[in-house]
Design a protein around this ligand. Structure first.
Ligand code: GLU
Length: 474
C-alpha cells in the first residue's frame, strides 16, 4: 500500500518548492490508489510563526490537495519521541551531551580555521554511563545519536545508489535541551509510525537521509523508499529566490492565478511525459505521473511560462465559472458585483485578453462605472489632436443616429454606423476610434458594437455627449 506524506514546517508561508513536493506526493498517492497524508513538523520552536499552520491548510485547500487522514502534529507527540530516544540511550546508540553552546561555537571556529569539516568532537562520548547519569541531574543536556564510522548506502528512486561516509557525518542531536526532538528523530519515528512507504521530498534533504537510514537501523525498522526531487532554480540557474520571482503560493493566488494552472505548471518542474505534454487536466496528471519520469537536474522556474499557461486556462474556462472566480477581484476593486449576468456578459467580451483574474476589474470597469476615466493614450490620440472639431461633429452625428436606433443591438448599431461613414465618405476608423474612446475611455477593448450593445443605448449616448462637452468643448 502506497502511503506518502507532505511534512511542512510552519515557518510562514507555503513556498512554491513546498507546493511541488506536496503535489508530487499527492499525484503519486492518487496514481497508486494510496494515501496522501499531512504532517506538521513543528518541533523547532524557534522557527515557529503564529498563524502559519492555519495559512498552510488554507492554501492546500485552495490548491485542492485533499488529504486522507487527520493531520499529524508533531508538537503534540513529545512523549512518543522521548520513548524512542530512551530506547536509543539504553541500547548505547545515543548519548547525552553536556557541552555548552559556547564550547560548541569555539570548537566550530577552530575546525573552520583548520579547514576541517565542522563536526562534534565527541567529548561527551567519553563519559561513563554513571557519570552521564549523575551529570544529567545537574546540568542541561542534549542527546546525540552515535554515527557509525563506515559507509552508508541507500537507493534513491530518482538518483539511484547514494553513498555517504559515516566518518564525515556529525553525531546528530536528536533531542534538544528543551525536550523537543530534532527534525531527524521526529521525522523517522513518524514516518515509521505512519507507515509511510515512500518519502518524496526536496533535494536539500538528501544529506539528512544517511542519518535517517541509521536511525531506522538502530530502531530495528525497515526504511521507506526515498525520492529526492531536483532543486528549483531562477532563470539564471541560481537557487529560486524571492528576489527574482514570487515564491509564496499565496502571492500567486492573490495575483489571480488559477490553482489548476499553477499546479499544472508546478507539475512540470522536474517531471515530464515522454512527449513533453504541457497542458494537463488534473485527472490526466494523476494518470500519467510516475517518479521514474522525474529528473535529477535543477528545474527552472519560468514565471512567463506560468503566466502564459494561466491565460490558456482562463481562455478555456466556461464564462460562468470565470465570472465566479473573478468576483473577489472585482469586489476588491470596489466595483459592483450584484448583477452576475451582466458581469458574465462583460467578462465574455474580454475573455481572450485575460491572463490573470486580477486583470478582470480593469478590463471591465468602464462597463460598470458611471464616470469613465479616459486613459492618456485615448484622450491624446483621439480626442485632443488637431481636428477635434471634426471629431466633435462625428460624435454629435453618431449620438443623433444612435438615438434613433430602436433595437439597439450590435448588428443594428454596426449597420447604421457604417452607413453614416459611407454617406459622408469617411473611413470607418474615423468613426470607430472616437466612439470607442468616448464610450470606454480607451483606445483598445472588446469588439466595438457588442460593447456598445452591452453598455446600452441610453448610456452610450450619454457618454458620447459627455465626451463632446468635456474633451472637445463643442
Ligand atoms: N519539515 C521538512 C520540510 O520542511 C520535511 C522534510 C521531509 O519531507 O522529510 O521540508
Amino acid at each position: 500500500m502506497v502511503r506518502v506524506r507532505f511534512a511542512p514546517s510552519p515557518t510562514g508561508f507555503l513556498h512554491i518548492g513546498g507546493l511541488r513536493t506536496a503535489l508530487y506526493n499527492y499525484l503519486f498517492a492518487r496514481h497508486n490508489n494510496g494515501k496522501f497524508l499531512i504532517r506538521i513538523e513543528d518541533t523547532d520552536r524557534t522557527r515557529m510563526v503564529s498563524g502559519a499552520i492555519e495559512k498552510l491548510f488554507e492554501i492546500l485547500k485552495w490548491c485542492g490537495l485533499n488529504y486522507d487522514e487527520e493531520p499529524v502534529i508533531q508538537s503534540a507527540r513529545l512523549e512518543i519521541y522521548k520513548k524512542y530516544v530512551n530506547e536509543l540511550l539504553e541500547k548505547d546508540l545515543a548519548y547525552r551531551c553536556f557541552c555548552t553552546s559556547e564550547r560548541l561555537e569555539e570548537m566550530r571556529k577552530l575546525q573552520i580555521a583548520k579547514k576541517q569539516p565542522p563536526k562534534y568532537d565527541g567529548l561527551c562520548l567519553k563519559l561513563s554511563k554513571d557519570d552521564s547519569e549523575k551529570l544529567s541531574k545537574e546540568k542541561p543536556y542534549t542527546i546525540r545519536m552515535k554515527m557509525p564510522q563506515d559507509e552508508i548506502k541507500f537507493n534513491d528512486i530518482i538518483r539511484g545508489e547514494i553513498k555517504f561516509h559515516g566518518s564525515l557525518i556529525d553525531d546528530q542531536i536528536i533531542l534538544k535541551s528543551d525536550g523537543y526532538p530534532t527534525y531527524h528523530l521526529a521525522n523517522v519515528v513518524d514516518d515509521h509510525l505512519m507507515e509511510i512507504s515512500h518519502v518524496i521530498r526536496g533535494e536539500e534533504w538528501l544529506s539528512s537521509t544517511p542519518k535517517h537510514i541509521i536511525l531506522y537501523k538502530y530502531l530495528g525498522w525497515t526504511p521507506p523508499q526515498f525520492a529526492h526531487l531536483p532543486l528549483l532554480l531562477n532563470p539564471d540557474k541560481s537557487k529560486l529566490s524571492k528576489r527574482q520571482s514570487d515564491v509564496a503560493v499565496e502571492d500567486y493566488r492573490d495575483k489571480g492565478y488559477l490553482p489548476e494552472a499553477l499546479l499544472n505548471y508546478v507539475a512540470l518542474l522536474g517531471w515530464s511525459t515522454e512527449d513533453s505534454q504541457q497542458i494537463f487536466e488534473s485527472s490526466e496528471l494523476i494518470e500519467k505521473f510516475t517518479l521514474e519520469r522525474c529528473g535529477k537536474s535543477g528545474a527552472i522556474f519560468d514565471a512567463q511560462k506560468l503566466l502564459w499557461l494561466n491565460g490558456e486556462y482562463i481562455r478555456k474556462m466556461p464564462v460562468e465559472e470565470l465570472t465566479k472566480r473573478s468576483l473577489p477581484f472585482i469586489e476588491k476593486a470596489g466595483l459592483p458585483i450584484n448583477n452576475f449576468d451582466y458581469l458574465k456578459k462583460c467578462i465574455s467580451l474580454e475573455q481572450d485578453k485575460i491572463k490573470l483574474l486580477s486583470d478582470v476589474p480593469h478590463l471591465i470597469d468602464f462597463f460598470l462605472k458611471n464616470d469613465i476615466i479616459y486613459d492618456e493614450k485615448a484622450s491624446n490620440k483621439v480626442l485632443k489632436k488637431d481636428g477635434a472639431n471634426e471629431v466633435g461633429k462625428i460624435l454629435t452625428d453618431v449620438a443623433d443616429i444612435y438615438s434613433k436606433i430602436e433595437n439597439f443591438t450590435a448588428k443594428e448599431i454596426e449597420m447604421e454606423t457604417r452607413k453614416y461613414a459611407e454617406v459622408n465618405s469617411l473611413k470607418t476608423s474615423q468613426i470607430f476610434h472616437p466612439v470607442r474612446v468616448a464610450v470606454s475611455g480607451r483606445t483598445e477593448g472588446p469588439s466595438l458594437f457588442e460593447m456598445l450593445e452591452l453598455i446600452s443605448k441610453e448610456k452610450v449616448i450619454r457618454r458620447i455627449k459627455d465626451t463632446i462637452h468635456k474633451n472637445i468643448g463643442t
